[in-house]
Design a protein around this ligand. Structure first.
Ligand SMILES: CSCCC(=O)C(=O)COP(=O)(O)O
Ligand SMILES: [Mg+2]
Length: 236
């Protein structure tokens, strides 16, 4: 096994609870959608999302109906993910939302960054949304620990080509990058591209082990399996 020089992490189900995303973030955006579009629909970034939603909508469906349908389906469609990030921004800034992180995550991220391991994110949430969840997390502002942020504009998380593109973007051999996710199909795609993989099987999220990848219950478990440093308090 090649030494790990970089970690690429998923968010929902990996660094943060599925319940936080589904019961806090998604409803926040759902409830604010129409008001946000009324207030900000003329702004170029918002108008571009609406235009793209109209382009991708089913025949006879308008842009807002398509956005509502994708929300109900939890579809990872770029204009929806971009809009959600823009809507959450206000909630993070005024303190109505605080980014959930499992308590084991921040100490490991800090220890790995201190040791020179490159830290990167790959989530279906937009890059802006990724920076918000880590920048306004329960463990403080962790956004600066990460150097690479990748979202659906790089490609789908279940496609090997997306991971190949990320490795090229990071100028690293795929086998030196460890991808962390709770979703077996994402790990399959990363493994096909040559990444090392580890499934986060978080009991509180009800994740089921795939049996196809190495697995860990938390980030210290990842560290132990892949020779990454442990935070001092858990090193013993
Ligand atoms: C950036 S936090 C919100 C995550 C999100 O919108 C989502 O759809 C979950 O995606 P992930 O790829 O992190 O499972
Ligand atoms: Mg996930």
């Amino acid at each position: 096994m090649a030494p790990v020089s970089a970690v690429l992490t998923d968010i929902e189900g990996t660094t943060s609870s599925i319940a936080f995303v589904k019961e806090t973030l998604f409803p926040f955006a759902r409830e604010a959608l129409e008001g946000f579009l009324a207030d900000h629909g003329q702004e170029p970034e918002v108008a571009a999302c609406l235009a793209e939603a109209r382009r991708l909508a089913e025949p006879g469906e308008d842009g807002v109906s398509a956005l509502r349908r994708w929300m109900a389906e939890d579809a990872k469609v770029t204009p929806l993910k971009t809009l959600q990030g823009l809507i959450w921004r206000q909630g993070y800034l005024d303190g109505r939302i605080e980014g959930h992180l499992w308590p084991d995550v921040a100490p490991c991220l800090r220890a790995w960054a201190r040791a020179g391991i490159g830290l990167h994110v790959y989530s279906s949430g937009s890059v802006a949304a990724q920076k918000l969840i880590f920048g306004h997390s329960a463990a403080g502002d962790l956004a600066s620990l990460f150097t690479g942020f990748f979202d659906t504009t790089t490609g789908g998380k279940r496609e090997a080509a997306s991971y190949a593109a990320i490795a090229r973007g990071l100028h690293l051999p795929p086998e030196s990058i460890l991808f962390l996710s709770d979703v077996a199909e994402e790990l399959d795609a990363a493994a096909t591209a040559g990444f090392q993989t580890c499934q986060l099987v978080r009991e509180a999220d009800g994740t089921l082990p795939s049996g196809r990848h190495r697995q860990a219950a938390d980030f210290p478990g990842v560290a132990r399996q892949f020779g990454l440093p442990l935070p001092r308090a858990t090193a013993a």
